[in-house]
Design a protein around this ligand. Structure first.
Ligand code: ATP
Length: 140
């Protein structure tokens, strides 16, 4: 079933999530403060928007509250990541998944209501170790 998903932060992780969800047929709103990142994702998103996702008014006027799922892929700016997560939960989004850079960041994100926290490098490291252990080559 087609889902409406907002992807915030279009670095390597966010843009990869955005492109893959697009190829799976989902409807994406892609948001970043950097206009070049927004332009690069335009063909993979129904709406590609240059906006600050820590600004509650901007999120409201973009209609983000109508989305069922958000992926927050702002890793380095801890304050922006936490504030954005808080805003999205206050707007009532049922599923807010957030990228964290470390355990401390992860703990804070859970406290402000993140539904799932992802540490990509850590999770991928574990998967690769299991692939090596089981000699698996392809897995999604
Ligand atoms: P990655 O490791 O995924 O490549 P990165 O290191 O490129 O990430 P991050 O600092 O983690 O970059 O931020 C990811 C993206 O989030 C950047 O493109 C940045 O412009 C964007 N971003 C940062 N703050 C905000 C914000 N307040 N609103 C929207 N986008 C933001």
């Amino acid at each position: 079933m087609k889902k409406q998903i907002v992807v915030i932060g279009l670095g390597r992780f966010g843009s990869s999530v955005c492109k893959e969800l697009h190829s799976l047929g989902h409807e994406i709103m892609a948001i970043d403060t950097n206009p070049d990142k927004v332009d690069a994702l335009r063909e993979y998103a129904s709406f590609a928007v240059n906006a600050d996702a820590t600004d509650g008014n901007q999120l409201k006027s973009l209609g983000v509250r109508n989305f069922e799922h958000a992926i927050v892929a702002i890793g380095d700016d801890l304050q922006a990541s936490v504030l954005c997560t808080l805003m999205l939960k206050e707007l009532g989004l049922p599923k807010v998944w957030v990228k964290a850079r470390d355990l401390q960041h992860e703990k804070i994100l859970h406290k402000v209501g993140a539904d799932r926290v992802i540490q990509p490098e850590k999770e991928m490291g574990i998967r690769v170790a299991h692939h090596v252990d089981s000699d698996k080559i392809v897995d999604y």
